[in-house]
Design a protein. Structure first.
Length: 256
């Protein structure tokens, strides 16, 4: 974020001619830009967490470098459903697929999965499933679509699993919007903490907050997100950058 000549002139005019209310609006816009930078850092952190949950790996571009990390989710616990049983097929044997996921984790680790994480687009396909319609409305199995709340209740009764939908999105390095959880991807998870979000010490935090020999202001927010602001003399500008060193851990990678 750069506060250049245009922004400075707007602030000056607001203070001297327009009045305090306009000055406050312009000042709020400038600080909202700073908040946007922090929120972008939060989105990147969430992207790492959700990649770990949905793929067992992290693949991301940071500072121009391609980074990859594999958490070691067992290969036999990553399953692609056969075409006939994919959940966009109303005739799919939904309960069989869910039981396979449960038993695979239980037999390998002794841990019981209790939640199913997916987005609403995937759940909408499940609401068309004929097997579930028959269970919920045996006298009227041909209803067009099931109620979300009723489906969740009966699904939990038959599987012991609670459905969690997550529909937030992020913008990638090319400006394209993506869902944190892609359509058609489902993750079965156990109860309890799956891991932690670990922040490292940024260069700004280490060098600038432990030295007075600089012309920058540094603040740490969100545990480990560094906000650095400084002024340039020629041309006269004020700049703000946000940085973080962050990596999620995934202690329960073998239990999903």
């Amino acid at each position: 974020m750069i506060i250049g000549e245009k922004e400075r002139q707007e602030l000056f005019n607001a203070m001297t001619r327009i009045g305090n209310q306009a000055y406050q609006r312009i000042l709020a816009r400038i600080y909202n830009d700073q908040l946007t930078l922090v929120e972008a850092a939060d989105a990147q952190t969430e992207r790492l967490r959700m990649q770990a949950l949905t793929t067992g790996k992290i693949n991301i571009v940071a500072n121009g470098e391609y980074l990859e990390y594999d958490y070691g989710v067992p290969a036999d616990q990553v399953h692609t459903v056969d075409v006939g049983d994919q959940w966009d097929n109303p005739d799919a044997n939904l309960l069989k697929t869910v039981d396979l996921a449960k038993s695979t984790v239980r037999n390998a680790t002794g841990v019981r999965v209790e939640y199913m994480l997916l987005n609403s687009a995937t759940l909408d396909k499940m609401l068309m499933n004929k097997q579930m319609k028959q269970l919920i409305n045996p006298d009227a199995p041909d209803i067009p679509i099931l109620l979300d709340s009723e489906f969740r209740r009966v699904f939990r009764t038959y599987t012991g699993i609670e459905i969690i939908t997550y529909d937030k999105m992020y913008r990638d390095e090319q400006g394209v919007m993506h869902s944190y959880i892609p359509e058609g991807v489902v993750t079965f998870i156990p109860r309890g903490d799956l891991g932690n979000t670990n922040y490292g010490t940024t260069p700004e935090e280490f060098d600038l907050m432990n030295s007075s020999n600089h012309r920058a202001d540094v603040a740490i927010v969100r545990v480990g997100v560094a906000i650095k602001s400084w002024k340039q003399e020629d041309p006269v500008n004020s700049k703000t950058v946000v940085s973080q060193i962050v990596m999620p851990s995934f202690e329960q990678a073998s239990h999903v």
